[in-house]
Structures are given as structure tokens and as C-alpha cells.
Design a protein around this ligand. Structure first.
Ligand code: DGY
Length: 417
């Protein structure tokens, strides 16, 4: 076995707690994170299917009664993470945050089922997973797209997973920071503050959180009144792909799929309205302030992962993707390096993230296999050379943020297989 595979497995096992896995071992994220857990499950599936299924089960155990799967589950309430379980003050059986994260779980589950032999006992458990995941997708449709436009909103930048991306600069500027706001950040004591969001970003993250909390996370109410309400193209690409994967699993397990099928049809049409022909790019939309968002984020290309059947647009995107960070050494900077908001080291404002490379690599397999392979090989080389970190400089591969990062290890295991 190649030494990097061994190391990746060791990282996942090292970060594993009782039934779930921390994103890293350095105290930056001392809880279970929604999309991290899904990627982690994929990693486990290459050497321990039981751990993969257990990871998913534990995440779904935290589902709220209305169907939402929270973005954080606080299994251990005694940590110095902020905002912690008391700051959120919510949860169902498990204390949690009051927002969600990109719904990649079903796509990961489908990948796992495609590649593994499943016993009858496991099948029964997986059917329960699928029913819960369906409920979470219906939650998105009901509460995050009440007008049935085909596209869902996020109500906090943390829901995107790309927290301080410059995508959110304009909508965030409009969020009036709570008077006398008081909280104590812990993240910037654990890793280099130059690699983390700014204090002013946190002031707004906490302001939005407190507002949601004040409204008791009532999903109908917060959709209408949240301080941040954005239709993000990356998030919706993930959701469209997730709905397509959900249909396949629903059919496989003989569960009704009509509602989701209809929604996909609406999404496929609506999403094309978010393509600007002149600028040759997809944009996101700030629903609260009624403004288009044109920021060259790598997540705008997740539409390739959504697999829309429009080869003309796909080809334009691939042509532009090839220019995204042409001059830099490593694929793909989170924000295009020539943009005024690009920062080489600051979290989602420039660094390379392994999950973004992974999405794009997957999305290109049936569209430009050669390019997909190139991205895959470059990503594998980056991780093997620089280690399993949270993110990397696109200029020289310098590793940043947390080390022993679970999803970098997990997605390496998928890319190398
Ligand atoms: C953090 O704490 O930085 C997380 O990204 C929020 O989900």
C-alpha cells in the first residue's frame, strides 16, 4: 500500500470519535460537521464500510423534526469552539447549530453504494438513511424555496461552506452589526489568524446567527426576514446533483420519487436563467437586496458537477475554467487570482480546497475526460507533496489552516482509487 494511503487512513482513524469524525485533530473544529462527514464517509468506504455507514447514521441522528440536517452536531458540549451549543441553543436529539450545509450526503451515499457489496442488514439501514435524506431535501424545497422557483436560498454564509468567500462581500456589507455585540472567537487562537476570516466577518456571522436564534429558527419566518438570503449557484448545483442522485436511490429502494422529479425539472430550467451570456458565467443572486453577484469563485463552476444537459454552456464553462488560474502552480484557487478580492492565504478568498477540485474533477469526467484526469493528478500530487491540510496556496502549495484534515484525506482516498 502506498504510504500516502496509509497516512490518509491513519488521519481519519485518528480524528474518529464515537460514531463520528472530527474535521481535524487540532481543536479548530471540535464537533461533527455536515458536509465534512459526508466526504469522510466516502473516505472510510475504501477501507471500512461499517465506519462509513456509522458516520452517516450519526449525522442523520441529528436531523431536526422538520427535516433539516444541521451544519454542526455538538456531541461533546465541553469544547472551546465558538459559536458553541449554548450560543446556538437548539437541536433535536443532539445539540446542534440552527442552520444547514451543502446537501452532498446522498451523492456520497450513491458513490458508496455503486462501489460496495451491501449485505441485507446494511440495505435495511440504508433504506432508513434514504428516507431521512429525502425528508431533508423536501425541507429545502418547502422552506428554502417557498415560491417553488427551482432554486433554494442560503440564510447564512456558513450554510454555503465557503464562509468568507468574496461572493458574500456585498450582501454582508448590508448586514448591520448588532449593537454591543459580545462573543469570543476561538478559531484564530488555534490557527494563524491571517488564514482565517476577519473580525468584522465574525461580527456579522454572529449578528445573523443571533437574529435566527431570536426567531427560534422558524423556517417560514426566517426565509422572509433573514438578514442574509442568497441564491448561490454553487449550492444549487450541489442540490441539483443531489436530487438527481436521490431519484436513482429512491427508485432502487422503491420509494416514491415524483415530487423530487418535478422539482428537478423546474431547477433545470431556472438555473439557466442564472447564466450571463455576455459575461459567459453563472452568477448568484442576493435575494434580500435584489442584486446579481458576479464574483469569479471556483464554486460557480460546480454547475459542471450538476450535469446540466447543455453542451454549449458546458463547453463555454470548460473553456473559461481552463483560464481560472492559468498562471498559478496549483488548481484551483477559490477566487480567481486576478480579482481584486483575491487573498492568497485567507480561507475561502483564494486558497485551493481539495473538495472543490474533487467536485470539478467528477463533473468533468463525462465532458472532458482528459482535463478531469489532469485536475485529479494535480490534486493528488499537491496532497502527496504538501500533506493533508485544510487548504493550500495556489502559488506554491504552502499548506494552511488545520493539518491532518479529514476531508483532504478522505477525498485523496477517492481520487487515488
Ligand atoms: C468555522 O467555524 O469556521 C466553520 O467553517 C463554520 O461552519
Amino acid at each position: 500500500m502506498n504510504k500516502h494511503i496509509k497516512k490518509a487512513q491513519k488521519i481519519l482513524i485518528g480524528n474518529r470519535k464515537k460514531g463520528y469524525t472530527l474535521p481535524t485533530n487540532n481543536k479548530l473544529y471540535p464537533a461533527q460537521w455536515n458536509w465534512d462527514s459526508a466526504f469522510i464517509a466516502l473516505g472510510y468506504s475504501y477501507f471500512n464500510l461499517n465506519f462509513a455507514l456509522k458516520e452517516i447514521k450519526t449525522l442523520l441522528d441529528g436531523q431536526w423534526k422538520d427535516g433539516m440536517i444541521p451544519h454542526i452536531l455538538f456531541h461533546n458540549t465541553d469544547t472551546n469552539y465558538y459559536p458553541n451549543h449554548t450560543a446556538w441553543n437548539c437541536g433535536n436529539k443532539i445539540r446542534s447549530s440552527g442552520i444547514t450545509q451543502p446537501p452532498i450526503l446522498v451523492s456520497i451515499l450513491r458513490e458508496i453504494l455503486d462501489k460496495n457489496k451491501i449485505t441485507n442488514i446494511q440495505k435495511k439501514e440504508i433504506k432508513k438513511f434514504i428516507i431521512k435524506i429525502k425528508k431533508s431535501h423536501e425541507w429545502f424545497i418547502k422552506y428554502r424555496d417557498p415560491k417553488k422557483t427551482g432554486l433554494v436560498s442560503i440564510l447564512h454564509p456558513w450554510e454555503s461552506g465557503y464562509d468568507n468567500s468574496s461572493l458574500w462581500d456585498e450582501p454582508m456589507k448590508k448586514v448591520k452589526i448588532e449593537k454591543n455585540i459580545q462573543y469570543k472567537r476561538a478559531d484564530n487562537k488555534v490557527v494563524n489568524p491571517e488564514h482565517r476570516p476577519l473580525n468584522i466577518d465574525y461580527d456579522r456571522y454572529v449578528t445573523i446567527k443571533n437574529d435566527l436564534r431570536k426567531k427560534k429558527y422558524d423556517p417560514k419566518k426566517i426565509f422572509k426576514t433573514a438578514l442574509f438570503n442568497v441564491v448561490d449557484i454553487g449550492f444549487n448545483s450541489i442540490f441539483l446533483k443531489a436530487n438527481k442522485d436521490l431519484i436513482i436511490l429512491l427508485k432502487k429502494f422503491n420509494i416514491d420519487s415524483a415530487k423530487i422529479s418535478n422539482y428537478i425539472k423546474i431547477t433545470e430550467k431556472s438555473i439557466l436563467k442564472f447564466f450571463d451570456k455576455k459575461k459567459e458565467t453563472f452568477f448568484s443572486y442576493d435575494l434580500r437586496n435584489k442584486k446579481k453577484i458576479f464574483i469569479p469563485s471556483i464554486t460557480n463552476y460546480l454547475i459542471l458537477y450538476a450535469d446540466i444537459k447543455n453542451s454549449k454552456i458546458n463547453n463555454i464553462l470548460i473553456k473559461n475554467l481552463k483560464k481560472h488560474n492559468l498562471k498559478e502552480k496549483y488548481f484551483f484557487s477559490s477566487i480567481k487570482p486576478n480579482h481584486q478580492t483575491f487573498e492568497e492565504k485567507r480561507y475561502w478568498r483564494g486558497p485551493v480546497w481539495i473538495n472543490c477540485n474533487w467536485f470539478i474533477c467528477k463533473g468533468l469526467i463525462n465532458k472532458d475526460e482528459k482535463y478531469s484526469k489532469k485536475i485529479k493528478e494535480s490534486t493528488i500530487r499537491l496532497v502527496e507533496k504538501k500533506g493533508f491540510h485544510e487548504y493550500y496556496s495556489c502559488k506554491n502549495g504552502k499548506p494552511m489552516g488545520a493539518n491532518n484534515f479529514s476531508w483532504s484525506a478522505a477525498l485523496y482516498l477517492d481520487l487515488i482509487n
